[in-house]
Design a protein around this ligand. Structure first.
Ligand code: HEC
Length: 203
């Protein structure tokens, strides 16, 4: 029993000395067993730097850099906090349907579909399959249950809603807003609509 108390006291002292002082502030250099990444060769935001001639730590972007979210031709933002139908898929509180008027690509329906097919095959086909039936490589190999896109016709699933799902994701599907530019998302939607009616008889 005496050993038990001794062991118990030792354990209590050990636990308290290991965990009891976490979060406390020390003025002297703490004992660091694992330095992790405490010391790094880096410059903090707005810090000076003697490395550069002008002494500024913050550098200007390399000439020709396109900030994320801006069009390469400098004509404006391609995504961001815009409230427009083009950027949100919604009109007021409701999902809209149909291609946005300000979508340049939509002026040439053939080019829109061709571009949509190309982008669909890159971004959606691995999961949803070439025909959009949800039997893409990921579902065959990974046994992931993906959605059959034929179950989401425009009557009950407006284009704006599909835009939102591509942008933000839903359930198991992650959002692709940061990977797929706005125009490409709409082109993909146009192509998905074509896929949905592709196997329906014309007469
Ligand atoms: C990594 C695999 C993956 C990729 C890539 C992917 N999806 Fe999905 N998608 C899923 C899964 C899984 C679901 C089922 C989500 C759930 O219900 O949990 C889904 C569901 C959907 C739905 C139905 C959402 C709903 O409201 O139930 C739509 C529409 C859709 N995807 C469209 C697309 C489009 C368009 C693309 C290409 C831009 C795409 N997906 C890319 C895996 C993927």
């Amino acid at each position: 029993m005496r050993y038990f108390f001794l062991a118990f006291t030792l354990i209590v002292i050990l636990v308290v000395s290991f965990f009891g002082f976490r979060g406390q502030k020390f003025s002297s250099t703490p004992l660091r067993i694992f330095p992790d990444m405490d010391d790094q060769d880096r410059i903090n935001t707005q810090e000076e730097s003697s490395f550069f001639k002008d002494g500024m730590g913050s550098r200007k972007p390399v000439a020709g850099t396109i900030p994320r979210g801006f069009n390469p031709d400098g004509s404006g933002v391609s995504f961001g906090n815009s409230e427009s139908y083009l950027h949100t898929g919604t009109i007021g509180d409701a999902y809209g349907t149909g291609m946005p008027e300000d979508l340049e690509l939509a002026k040439n329906p053939e080019a829109l579909l061709r571009h949509g097919e190309d982008r669909y095959q890159v971004s959606c086909m691995p999961c949803h399959g070439e025909a959009g039936n949800g039997k893409g490589m990921a579902s065959v190999v990974g046994k992931i249950q993906t959605a059959d896109l034929k179950n989401f016709p425009s009557e009950k699933y407006p284009d704006g809603k599909m835009f939102e799902v591509i942008t933000k994701g839903k359930g198991l599907m992650s959002g692709y807003g940061y990977n797929i530019p706005v125009d490409d998302r709409w082109a993909i939607i146009a192509y998905v609509r074509a896929l949905q009616t592709a196997d329906k008889p014309t007469e």
